[in-house]
Design a protein around this ligand. Structure first.
Ligand code: AMP
Ligand code: GLY
Length: 419
C-alpha cells in the first residue's frame, strides 16, 4: 500500500467529528487533525488543533508544517469567506467550493438566480430590497408564506408566517435587524430530504440521502434549528421519485455548475421538498449537513479518503457503495436552544454501550468531566439492520440518561413510520 498521509479537517461540530472519524478509519490516513476540533475527538483518534476556523493563514501554516495532503472544510462560513481560494493561492488542496461557488449557499438570491438560469425546479419566489415592496408582495404567495433572510443564518433565518400580520411583522423585524434583502416564497408541501452530491468538476457521485428535523420540538413545533436528528435510508422515498430528483434536480444543477465554470470540487447539499408536482429545491448548501453527516457517513462503504482524494486530483471517481443497514441519530441539545441555550452544565460521564456511537459537538471540559458548551452538544447514533432497530437502540440509550439541562426530540423518524 502507498504511504499513509495526514489530512486536516476544518470545523468543530458533530459534522466535523463524523468526517474526521471516517477519514481516520481509512487505511490511507496516518493522522487526521481537526482545527479547532472539540474535546471529544480524541475518542476516535482525531487530534484537535487549537487554530480558529477563521484563521486561514494559521491553518495554511499548519497544513504546510504537518505535511497535510489536503484539507476538508466543514462549515459554510469559511467557504463563503474564501478559505479554498486562500489554500489554492498557497499551493494547497482544500475540498470545498471557491468563494464564488459558495454564494450558492451564501446568498439565497444568488441561488435562486442560478436555479432560474439552469432550470432547476424551486418554489415560486421573489426577492426584495425594501420593506414596503416586500409587504406589498406578500399577498401574491398566499398563506402560509415563507420569509427568508438573504445571507447565512445557520438555518435560523427562515420564518414560515401563517398569516398576513405575522408576515408583516417578520418582514419589519428582518429589515430592522439590518438585512439588506429578503426573499418571499410559496410554502411547499411534502416531505423534506437532504441530498449530498460529491463533485469533481463535472463528475459526481450521489452519497446516501437523509432526512433532517429542523424544528426544535416534537411534531415539527418551535423555532428552526441547525437540525435535531436524522436517519438514512429513506424508506418513504420511492425509486421513481429518487430518479426524478436525479433527472430534474441533480443533472441540471451539475450541468449549470459546468456551464457557469464553477470548477466545483466539494460537496453540494441539495435541500428539497418532494411535492405532488415533483421535487423542488428549497436551498443549496455548499458542504455536508449537520446532523445528516453523522448518519450518512457510517453507511458509506467506499473509502471517503479515496473519494475526496480522487475528486481533488481530477481522477476517475470510485463507485459509491452503501451499506444496506440503517443509520439513526438524535441530537442532545442544551436546554433553551436555539434561542438561549444553557452553557456549562456538567454532563458527567456518558455510559458506554456497545454499538452506540457518540458524535461530540459543542462540548468542553475533559472527557471525564464533560460540560455543555451551548447549542447542540452531541449526537447519539447507531447502525442496525433496520431503521426501527436503530431507532429503538438510540432512544433506549437516551432514555436512561439523566441530563436535566438538556433536551432531545422524541419523534425522530416519525415520517418514516418509526415510533
Ligand atoms: P432553509 O434555511 O432555506 O433551509 O430553510 C429552513 C427550513 O424552512 C427548511 O429546512 C424547510 O423546512 C423550511 N422551508 C424553507 N423553504 C421552504 C418552502 N419554500 N416551503 C416550505 N418550507 C420551507
Ligand atoms: N442540517 C441542516 C444543515 O446542515 O444545514
Amino acid at each position: 500500500m502507498a504511504e499513509q498521509v495526514n489530512v486536516l479537517v476544518v470545523g468543530e461540530g458533530g459534522r466535523e467529528f463524523a468526517i474526521a472519524k471516517k477519514l481516520q478509519a481509512s487505511s490511507h490516513v496516518k493522522q487526521v487533525y481537526c482545527a479547532p476540533g472539540n474535546v471529544g475527538m480524541p475518542t476516535v483518534g482525531v487530534q484537535p488543533v487549537d487554530i480558529a476556523e477563521t484563521d486561514f493563514a494559521g491553518l495554511i501554516r499548519f497544513a504546510k508544517e504537518h505535511n497535510v495532503a489536503w484539507t476538508f472544510v466543514g462549515p459554510e462560513d469559511c467557504l463563503v469567506d474564501g478559505i479554498v481560494d486562500d489554500f489554492r493561492a498557497a499551493g494547497l488542496k482544500a475540498f470545498g467550493p471557491t468563494a464564488r461557488a459558495a454564494q450558492l449557499e451564501g446568498s439565497k438570491d444568488y441561488a435562486l438566480n442560478f436555479m432560474n438560469n439552469y432550470h432547476v425546479p424551486t418554489a415560486r419566489h421573489a426577492s426584495y430590497r425594501d420593506q414596503t415592496a416586500a409587504i406589498a408582495g406578500v399577498d401574491q404567495f398566499g398563506f402560509p408564506v415563507v420569509i427568508k433572510e438573504n445571507g447565512l443564518a445557520g438555518g435560523k433565518g427562515v420564518v414560515i408566517a401563517k398569516d398576513r400580520e405575522t408576515a408583516v411583522q417578520t418582514i419589519k423585524e428582518m429589515f430592522d435587524r439590518g438585512q439588506a434583502r429578503l426573499v418571499l416564497e410559496e410554502c411547499l408541501v411534502g416531505q423534506e430530504y437532504s441530498m449530498f452530491v460529491l463533485l469533481s468538476n463535472g463528475h459526481y457521485r450521489i452519497l446516501p440521502m437523509a432526512q433532517d428535523h429542523k424544528r426544535a420540538y416534537d411534531g415539527d413545533k418551535g423555532p428552526n434549528t441547525g437540525g435535531m436528528g436524522s436517519y438514512s435510508p429513506l424508506p418513504q422515498l420511492t425509486a421513481s421519485d429518487l430518479q426524478r430528483i436525479i433527472d430534474q434536480v441533480v443533472v441540471p444543477t451539475v450541468n449549470g455548475l459546468v456551464a457557469g465554470e464553477y470548477h466545483y470540487h466539494g460537496i453540494l447539499y441539495i435541500g428539497l421538498i418532494m411535492t405532488a408536482a415533483g421535487p423542488k429545491v428549497i436551498e443549496y448548501n455548499v458542504r455536508l449537513g449537520d446532523p445528516e453527516t453523522q448518519v450518512i457517513l457510517p453507511r458509506l462503504k467506499t473509502d471517503l479518503f479515496e473519494l475526496v482524494n480522487r475528486a481533488l486530483n481530477d481522477e476517475p471517481l470510485p463507485e459509491v457503495v452503501v451499506d444496506e443497514q440503517a443509520s439513526f441519530g438524535v441530537v442532545l441539545a442544551s436546554k433553551g436552544y436555539p434561542q438561549k441555550p444553557v452553557h456549562g452544565q456538567a454532563l458527567g460521564q456518558l455510559p458506554v454501550v456497545d454499538g452506540i456511537q457518540i458524535d461530540y459537538a459543542n462540548v468542553a471540559g475533559s472527557l471525564d468531566e464533560l460540560k455543555g458548551n451551548g447549542g447542540r452538544l452531541l449526537m447519539v447514533e447507531t447502525v442496525a439492520p433496520t431503521l426501527q432497530a436503530a431507532h429503538d437502540a438510540v432512544y433506549d440509550y437516551l432514555d436512561q440518561l439523566n441530563e436535566p439541562e438538556c433536551f432531545y426530540r422524541k419523534d425522530i423518524g416519525a415520517k418514516a413510520g418509526l415510533n
